[in-house]
Ligand binder design. Sequence first.
Ligand code: THU
Length: 140
Amino acid sequence: MTGQRQWDPIRLLEAAKEVYAKAYVPYSNFRVGAVFMDADGHLHAGCNVENAAYSPTNCAERTALFRAIADGRQPGEFQVAAVIGDTDSPITPCGVCRQVMAELCRPDMPVVMGNLRGDYRITTVEELLPGAFTNRDLRK
Ligand code: THU
């Protein structure tokens, strides 16, 4: 098991593409889909949901993660995440989602970033937000 992936980036991106289609994006018309795999291998999916007031918009990554937590998954248990968008290069999560992932995912959790052309890149939560402010910083 050591050193062997329990997941396939292409299959994760396919699952992210399914929820991508459900995005509510009347303002940007820019769809994003994300999935987070929990410790049991189940996928928690989310899309971006926009709002006429703009700032209440929720990105796909946060929709998926918040949904997983509401479903009883524990912070730090996620094995991997995948995100897809219709970008020229593989999509990269926004700063707010990076901060939320730093809170709820292990720093070494892989993040698969893809686009509709089939390009993808794999990074980690820590690489996305080095030096993140976390709950450790709140301890006195
Ligand atoms: N968006 C995401 O859902 N995830 C990302 O990684 C980047 C941006 C959404 C927010 C908004 O609904 C639209 O994409 C345009 O910024």
